[in-house]
Write a protein that binds this ligand. Sequence first.
Ligand code: 6R9
Length: 644
Amino acid sequence: MSHPELVKVKPDIAANALINRQKYDDMARRASTGPDAFWAAEAKRLDWIKPPTKIKNTSFSGAVSIKWFEDGVLNASANCLDRHLAARGDQVAIIWEGDDPNDQKHVTYRQLHAEVCRMANVLKSLGAKKGDRITIYLPMIVEAAVALLACARIGAVHSVVFGGFSPDSLANRIQDCDSSILITADEGRRGGRKVPLKANADAALKSCPMMKSVLVVRATGGDVPMQAGRDHWYHEAAAQVSADCAPEPMGAEDPLFILYTSGSTGKPKGVLHTTGGYMVWASFTHEYVFDYHPGEIYWCTADVGWVTGHTYIVYGPLANGATTLMFEGIPNYPDSSRFWQVVDKHKVNIFYTAPTAIRALMRDGEAPVKRASRASLRVLGTVGEPINPEAWLWYYRVVGDERCPIVDTWWQTETGGIMITALPGAIDQKPGSATLPLPGVQPVIVDGEGHVLEGPTEGNLCIADSWPGMMRTVFGDHERFVQTYFSTFKGYYFSGDGARRDEDGYYWITGRVDDVINVSGHRMGTAEVESALVAHPKVAEAAVVGFPHDIKGQGIYAYVTLIASEEPTEALRRELVAWVRKEIGPIAAPDAIQWAPGLPKTRSGKIMRRILRKIAANETSNLGDTSTLADPGVVDDLVANRAA
Ligand code: 6R9
């Protein structure tokens, strides 16, 4: 599908941006020709207890060893808090916007520092020490950020488990990293409903004998049972300790956190990030990608349970002394104008969200957006999946009034931070393309045999050399780290994504390589077909998978959700097949279209294609684990209404 639009950097934005095109080119050159000098200079954005003298010491072959700034000593929480106190102690660090539009809080750097010290002291009183793993299972409340930073302060390794995960998933993650302290809350709030976190935790802990202490934050005031000796109310414990806690000196390569993420096989992997390189990457990318200027209000709508929340709600913005907004709610509660009401209320300058949210809001039309002025907005971002050009253009035109550049940021839990993205003042945008790599990132496209392809091409997206923010290992299983990321293409980090590079060197992520469909020997990105379907005015959302086909090898099976005012008809089905054929070509025409009132999505909004592939293949007797779906009921409907 060709989209001729090129959205050029606006001169006034370039003039005021931290990075213009000339500076970008210069940085990219210096980062590739002299990484040691480049990253030694960038490391100065942090406060080091002992500055590093060794910068890069990494190998992508053999046993794979990644070390950055290895003789440096620092503390992540001191970088997010203490060093800001003199200049901006009374500046708001966190604006918290509750699920209920009447609930809000403003927390200054000084207040946040005191609260983090208190929680750090409480954790110490429970016996926590450097290197211990602490699991965090919290809703989007200020204490979630406090908990991350309190762990970092005492050198404990946090493992955040998204509040929407089931007791079983929580238990598995606690067991895998052998954590002995859990920080949770009575309940969470989302979209006017309550999430029974403490009850889930109690259920999980039945199979976690290693768990010694549970710290419970009182969030809703709901009545929850407390187990004597094990469970402690946070507010009671915090009242007993001081608001001073010296930050633990940490080696740059000491672990900062573990975050579990799913791969195509096996149980979730504990992605391990360490302190120095991750913090440099978080600060570097947050400042430059969002063109963050002091005093601006920055809002990332992710949940702190995902890597986006770690890097772009907590560590990146706070390392940079920013004001970061934390939102407890959802995009359509109380109604689908909520995001834009919050933007106006708190005068948000930089807004970062997911394509799935944009597409959902698109369904409700422009009116809810136009009810807010959005005059404060300056930069818009997306993350999490490929954004189809239609959603991109809607975001650009309707939300940003064609005023705000869009940064489509490609990255992964494993990469620690953003890797490929436009920069607001430097890189012309193309709707649907993540555009160009950040300085220090060396993407390569590799064919199935591991040959690096040059020029305009398409293949497997790999990274040729290490960058400071990358994961260091899979917790407790370095061999799995090597196998998963470095064995498919020797000497390269393999992302698991496919990508196309165009004649301008721009990257277009085509989706997970495991989702590529091979139709009669032609490779087809599921994202491409979905993008075409979603471009149809009657289609709200679409998910496409391959299914076994006698003649073509694989056929294309499309699940289509129509906009609210449309009814599924045979005529419309034929119209959509013809539409895709026209948009991409005959090989992309779906073999089957199933009307789907809803798609099976994880709570982070990712479509669970594994299930869609099984339904498409008529293997419905064993759909596997559906417990992490936001709404498992969706699956029954899809099974019952398979397209013949
Ligand atoms: C940050 C995050 C990583 C996977 C990644 C890719 C997809 C993320 C994207 C994107 C296209 C973007 N992805 N950002 N695809 N364009 N801008 O989402 O981490 O949850 O680990 O997911 O998400 O497929 O491999 P994570």
